[in-house]
Design a protein around this ligand. Structure first.
Ligand code: NAD
Ligand code: UDX
Length: 457
């Protein structure tokens, strides 16, 4: 088949895979190829068992794969053959050298730019899909212009706003698609070429155009604002626990004000995931590099509050279990950083479980999708068991901690769970997921984030 254009995506992760699957599905006239250095990941994308879990993703991949959607490890060939290249590699927090623990590690983005330059024999549009420090497009442009000059490159910024667990829905119905371009003829043509792709399914008024730097920065700022809301309500949850105010009621009351809005006001055990912490730390670091210390400190506090919320959850748990969890079995319900994903990157469960282990608790961890990834974070041992069946995980435990808002956990038979546990049986709802009055009536002592505990004695 003659394709209108050939799209390549470098990086077959949580963003590259789903985003390209949707583009392939909506643009049958384009050829879409996803490449990665990780051969195992590519093999999984080619198999019946995809490397990531996202509701609705399997069927979209299966119906387009081999038609206009391809996965490969041949990055160089992919570059040579493409007209449009999305760069969707990871940009984790740096773990070494200057800025360790806060700056974004942009080495993979730069490597990709160099590979694109080395392999290109025709003009390309290169699109930053990864979340990058503001002004990274300048670095990409300078590298791409450093060749012989026979090939022209246009660099665009097109950050991704999907959330895990709802990636397919978010991609199909985005609030906005942001495209940042340079104000040059090449920039404008590239921008419209990309807008045409999204135009296959995204209403025109949702495609927002800006300069490159605004686009890059807007992505970091969006995540910082979202995370800030979570930390803000979590800070209030601590006050609620002291005053018998109920954080759910407070959130509901303030959320009715359209200037505040009701979303992202769910108090819990803290935010996790691969983006929030990384992007706020990066934003704060960037502020610091421009000498904006007060601004850096302001944003850093969002992360500090998040760590504090997790530490507070553990302290409350230990206090409620008579100041010791040593030798006690604790059932951990959920290890993913949120529901509907198997992703455990920066999950609150990691910090909470590690602290419980330091206190010599024994853990019985269950999760519908994340056990494989969880084992990489906290290895299985005599004291740490991974158990698929939540009823089995709870059996004999002194306490049960809800760490992920899986809807499966709402529908369990808590009477049965209560009967199988040590008494007094205590339930810590880190997500305000369950009907706490019903649990209390069954016999549990119930501790929910941001609400006064319900205890029998
Ligand atoms: P990921 O780690 O799941 O995937 C990145 C992939 O890039 C990996 O498979 C890695 O092997 C590959 N890669 C790295 N260097 C490469 C190279 N030189 N050549 C080819 N492949 C290479 O990461 P992700 O979660 O998909 O995130 C990718 C980017 O998107 C990050 O910048 C992230 O901040 C951003 N983002 C992520 C999300 C999310 O929900 N995960 C949402 C929006 C934006
Ligand atoms: C986030 C952004 O939402 C998305 O736009 C961006 O592209 C990537 O980062 P993601 O991390 O996948 O997406 O999930 P999100 O739904 O934002 O949740 C992040 C964390 O915050 C989760 O741990 C979640 O449980 C927590 N959270 C979210 C709360 O604790 N309370 C809330 O009210 C909302």
């Amino acid at each position: 088949m003659n394709f209108k254009k050939r799209i390549l995506c470098i990086g077959a992760g949580y963003v590259g895979g789903p985003t390209m699957a949707i583009i392939a599905d909506k643009c049958p006239d384009y050829r879409v190829e996803v490449v990665d250095v990780n051969a195992e990941r590519i093999a999984a994308w080619q198999s019946a068992d995809l490397p990531i879990y996202e509701p609705g993703l399997d069927e979209i991949v299966f119906r387009n794969r081999g038609k206009n959607l391809f996965f490969s490890t041949d990055i160089e060939q992919g570059i040579r053959d493409s007209d449009i290249i999305f760069v969707s590699v990871n940009t984790p927090t740096k773990t070494y050298g200057q800025g360790a623990g806060s700056a974004a590690d942009v080495q993979y983005v730069e490597k990709v730019a160099r590979t694109i330059l080395a392999c290109s024999t025709s003009d390309k549009i290169v699109i930053e899909k990864s979340t990058v420090p503001v002004r990274t497009a300048e670095v990409m442009g300078r590298i791409l212009r450093s060749g012989s000059g026979n090939v022209n490159f246009a660099v665009l910024s097109n950050p991704e706003f999907l959330a895990e667990g709802t990636a397919v829905e978010d991609l199909l119905h985005p609030d906005r698609v942001l495209i940042g371009a340079h104000d040059t003829e090449t920039g404008k043509v590239a921008l419209e070429t990309l807008a045409e792709i999204y135009g296959h399914w995204v209403p025109a008024d949702r495609v927002v155009r800006s300069n490159v730097w605004s686009s890059e920065l807007a992505k970091l700022v969006a995540n910082a604002f979202l995370a800030q809301r979570v930390s803000s309500i979590n800070s209030i949850s601590a006050l609620c626990e002291q005053t018998e105010a109920d954080v759910q009621q407070v959130a509901h009351a303030i959320g009715l004000d359209p200037r505040i809005g009701s979303r992202f006001l769910q108090a819990g055990v803290g935010f996790g995931g691969s983006c929030f912490r990384k992007d706020i730390l990066n934003l704060a670091y960037i502020c610091g590099t421009y000498g904006l210390e007060a601004e850096a400190n302001y944003w850093h506090q969002v992360v500090t509050m998040n760590d504090h919320q997790q530490d507070r959850f553990v302290s409350n748990l230990i206090t409620a279990l008579f100041n010791t969890v040593a030798g006690k079995d604790i059932a951990v319900f959920g290890f993913a950083f949120k529901a509907d994903t198997g992703d455990t990157r920066d999950s609150p469960a990691i910090r909470v479980c590690k602290q419980l282990r330091e206190e010599h608790a024994r853990l019985r961890i269950t999760d519908p999708k994340a056990i494989g990834n969880a084992k990489l974070e906290i290895p299985e041992s005599d004291e740490v068991a991974y158990i698929e069946d939540p009823y089995e995980a709870a059996r004999g435990a002194h306490a049960l901690a809800i760490m992920t808002d899986w809807k499966e956990y709402k529908d369990l038979d808590y009477e049965r769970i209560y009967q199988s546990m040590e008494k007094p049986a205590t339930l810590f709802d880190g997500r305000n997921l369950l009907d706490r009055s019903a649990l209390f009536e069954i016999g549990f002592n119930v501790y929910s984030v941001g609400r006064a505990p319900l205890t029998h004695f």
